[in-house]
Design a protein around this ligand. Sequence first.
Ligand code: CTP
Length: 396
Amino acid sequence: MYIHGKTIVVVITGGIASVKAVRICSALVQRGADVRVVMTEGACRFVTPLALQAIVRTRVISDIFAEDDASVIAHIDIADRADACVIAPATAHALASLALGLGDGMAAAALLAIGTRVPVIAAPAMNRHMWANAVVQQHVATLRARGVVIVPPTSGFLACGDEGTGRMAEPDDIVETVVHTFAHPLRGKRVIVTAGGTFERIDAVRGIANASSGKMGIALARAAQQRGADVTLIYGTVSVPLPERMTCIYTQCAKEMANAVFAHFDQADIVIMAAAVADYTVAQSVDHKMKKTNVPLSLQLVPTIDILAALGARKTHQRLIGCAAETEHVVQYAREKCVRKQCDAIIANDVRICGFGADENEVTIVTRDTEVALPRMPKTELAHRIWDIIAAEEGQ
Ligand code: CTP
């Protein structure tokens, strides 16, 4: 029932397991999905596009230059329609091309256009030595870090005559993974994530900033979107690109961020305050550029509103998650913060370990009575692990 009416793009790349893609497409169609098939030239040698077309009843596309319908660009059109994408089988070449962002051919271009906006599920299939090759594993790790769900190959008799790990997972298991994606507890939830640093103006050209890159918040926003949530990203100063096709609201200072968050809070189900919000702002900023003098200058700073604490006091049904960058007694301080700001959990990290702006982090998710430590990993992957924990509580 979860995939009924959903458009699922099935990308078939060239390996003997391509023949099993017929069963995957058939099972998806039987569950009411609108299945769109993209095949590589290699896949077309193993199984005919006509066979797939007969099952899915839509035009199978494979040649990037065969633009049959002049009103659309086929690989963009199919990407725009996708609610999810399955790459089955995913050859070593397909994994590498996706990891590296190569867009040669219809399948690769469609996958690039789909990006990580919707869930992407890949079922690799290849010889066991190829699967074990470090470079293949590296590409798999890169894709996982970006949120691609890998349905790992199983062990058994391989077409090349070898025994080992490399067989594509069973079609039923791949279909179940797709269904599970749509049954995810975050699907349809309204999520607010704040990210980046705030900037408190001193004068027309100066201000008080901080070193937040926004990487963790943006990774959390993107991961929630991939899990089907309706995400609003409220961001300040960030050093990484914003997610596509997401409502992204820029705010400059703590006050603006507070207003934007408050405006969306009542409709939200989950809020993660990952932004590094200034604790103080300049009492009286000026609109012109201040001229320098040779006498000391004092700025009077006044406390900003604590957005997280205000949300804690105001929340009704929302789940509220704060963040804490500490340098000592990480869990203890995070727990105190959790109670003080009336949060459901705090994502705490020791800034001495990874620091601001890094691509990796390690965190502990602290509630009033539990704590779960997640080891150091890329922030993109960490975001998914954090959602695994937060989403597990949804609906309970
Ligand atoms: N936060 C907020 N509004 C502020 C300041 C912080 O919403 N004006 C949020 C951050 O987004 C983050 C959490 O509060 O989720 C971090 O709290 P922090 O400011 O680090 O802790 P404090 O309460 O200031 O305590 P301490 O200075 O003791 O760490």
